[in-house]
Design a protein around this ligand. Structure first.
Ligand SMILES: NC(=O)c1ccc[n+]([C@@H]2O[C@H](COP(=O)([O-])OP(=O)(O)OC[C@H]3O[C@@H](n4cnc5c(N)ncnc54)[C@H](OP(=O)(O)O)[C@@H]3O)[C@@H](O)[C@H]2O)c1
Length: 259
């Protein structure tokens, strides 16, 4: 089966392309770096020739409110039109658990707009909503840093390894369209502030993490359960501590090589 991965050079996309190839599929990594641009339309028609499935794991280069909305709306419209012309039978898109509870953020308004365009199109689809990736915990802490302090709310969340996200997307993309939304998440629940503290400590990062119920998640208020998936979510296997040991080793190796 030919599967075109739009955003196939990104964190999830590059893992997904490898997994699809390991399963014996023809997986094409499509992104500006490989000459395919879903916003301008460059290279799309050629990339989609003979494709059965298109997986959209793009992300916007800018998260500014107007720019991110324009990115996801334009890109999704172009993809769906090109897929209709090419006879694609399954459109899969990666979105975020809790999107409708996070609409004070322009990023999540853009993700909801993306989902709504997909639901209104004629292409059979599956929307996959994932919880935060383990790889995203440090960027969340970085965003919430002032001086040497990281202020984060004690909201519950259930993050997952990017590798488990890619495995779930590969499985879903190579099955029949659900014509709806499926949720995926990690195997354990944590408090956001507590997990950031553990992550920074393992990296020997000297910043202090402070639990602050009024602090935002990426700048917006979140209720205690806003980031949690529904009960029926499919759960990844990788535990945070096991992932963290590997991540900390990689950071230590990079430090040694730089020294
Ligand atoms: N971070 C999280 O915790 C989380 C949780 C749930 C869901 N998600 C969703 O997962 C998706 C993928 O995230 P990620 O972290 O894997 O993203 P990423 O590493 O930032 O990769 C983004 C990809 O989008 C491509 N791209 C950018 N502009 C493009 C364009 N005009 N046309 C085609 N491709 C373009 C990039 O291509 P180049 O390399 O060529 O620039 C890259 O391959 C996002 O939609 C995000 O909302 C994220």
């Amino acid at each position: 089966m030919k599967v075109v991965v739009i955003g196939g050079t990104g964190l999830i996309g590059s893992k997904l392309v490898k997994k699809l190839r390991d399963l014996g599929h023809e997986a094409v990594a499509a992104s500006p770096n490989t000459g395919v641009n879903s916003v301008t339309g460059e290279g799309l028609a050629d990339a989609l020739k003979g494709a059965s499935v298109v997986v959209d794991v793009t992300n916007s280069p800018s998260w500014e409110d107007a720019a991110v909305l324009k990115f996801f709306e334009t890109s999704t419209r172009n993809l769906l039109a090109s897929e209709a012309a090419a006879g694609v039978r399954h459109h899969v898109a990666l979105s975020v658990v809790g999107t409708e509870r996070l609409l004070q953020s322009g990023f999540f308004r853009a993700k909801l707009a993306q989902e709504n365009l997909i639901k209104a199109s004629s292409i059979p689809y599956t929307i996959i909503r994932a919880t935060q990736f383990f790889e995203f915990v440090k960027p969340i802490a970085d965003f919430s840093t002032v001086g040497n302090q990281v202020r984060l709310p004690p909201a519950l969340f259930q993050p997952m390894a990017a590798d488990d996200v890619a495995s779930a997307v590969a499985r879903i993309a190579t099955n029949s369209p659900v014509k709806g939304t499926v949720e995926i998440g990690g195997p354990e629940q944590f408090r956001l502030n507590e997990l950031a503290r553990r992550h920074l400590a393992a990296l020997r990062d000297p910043r202090e993490v402070i639990s602050d119920p009024h602090a935002g998640y990426y700048g917006i208020p979140v209720s205690e359960r806003a980031l949690l998936p529904d009960k029926g979510a499919r759960l990844g296997e990788t535990r945070f501590d096991d992932w963290l040991i590997q991540a900390a080793k990689q950071v230590a190796t990079a430090r040694t090589q730089r020294a």
